[in-house]
Design a protein around this ligand. Structure first.
Ligand code: FES
Length: 106
């Protein structure tokens, strides 16, 4: 595995359509499996701090916050719909067999 990546979860615990929060070096990070592709962005909504792992996957890589329905793009953490105005951090992800690794911020 590349330097700077840390194993955070098993792919078998994150099925297609699942969301999961993990801690990586003190950061709370959301993992999402969309059609077999795993994405990682900040777990905490930039609006008022909702836990995004309790949110909802919409079309494609769009995630809806559970509190006020803000939308974020899982690929880069960008805001797609207000009320949030501040983009989230997205992180590099690598999958090796059943192991999910999260790396540096993109
Ligand atoms: S806390 Fe996420 S949209 Fe308000």
């Amino acid at each position: 595995m590349d330097e700077g990546f840390e194993r955070v979860a098993a792919l078998s615990d994150l099925l297609d359509g699942d969301l999961m929060a993990v801690d990586v070096q003190g950061e709370s990070i959301l993992l999402a499996n969309v059609d077999g592709q795993v994405y990682a962005i900040s777990e905490t909504c930039s609006h008022e701090g909702a836990p995004l792992s309790e949110g909802y996957l919409l079309d494609g890589t769009c995630l809806e916050c559970p509190w006020h329905a803000g939308h974020f793009d899982l690929t880069d953490g960008s805001v797609l719909e207000a009320p949030p105005i501040v983009d989230l951090t997205a992180y590099a992800v690598q999958v090796d067999g059943d192991d999910i690794y999260v790396g540096p911020a993109l």
